[in-house]
Design a protein around this ligand. Structure first.
Ligand code: DQA
Length: 150
């Protein structure tokens, strides 16, 4: 059993109410529950953390280094396009992660086309809505199984 951490950045606490035509009708709680069920079925544990504050996300990543987290799934929200600090935190802890976006950022404004995370991520999922979190959990579980030689 491994510990996964699902990290969500600013404004994702408003999922369900926030621009549903772009982000869907499901709440963050519902998406986390779905991702957690997938993790549990794969024999893993999923912790989650959402914050609107950059420093809190950075500190949660630092804590992941010490709390036994093996793999992260990260939707940095708008920090995707701005946060060198969060990028550096992920590099500092050297934990593998998958970047997830609910919307297809490449079909949107050009300022959303650049990510500070994609080049250092194991992989990225965008445009698949809440299913993206679930798919990321499955991909993480496969990676962890390969690493464990299973
Ligand atoms: C997002 C895309 C970002 O551009 C945006 O700022 C978000 C959500 C997504 O999940 O599609 O807050 O990360």
């Amino acid at each position: 059993m491994a510990r996964l951490l699902l990290l969500n950045g600013p404004n994702l606490n408003l999922l369900g109410q926030r621009e549903p035509e772009t982000y869907g009708a499901a709440t963050l709680e519902a998406l986390v529950a779905r991702a957690r069920a997938t993790a549990t079925a794969a024999g893993h544990e999923l912790a989650d953390f959402q914050s609107n504050a950059e420093h809190e996300l950075v500190e949660r990543v630092h804590a992941a280094r010490k709390d036994g987290t093996a793999f992260l799934i990260v939707n940095p929200g708008a920090f995707t396009h701005t946060s060198i600090a969060l990028r550096d935190a992920l590099l500092a802890v050297a934990l593998p992660f998958i970047e997830v976006h609910l919307s297809n950022v490449f079909a949107r404004e050009t300022f959303r086309h650049h990510s500070y995370f994609t080049d250092i991520a194991v992989g990225a999922i965008f445009g698949l809505g809440g299913a993206g979190y679930e798919l990321a959990v499955r991909a993480a579980a496969e990676r962890l199984a390969v690493r464990a030689g299973r």
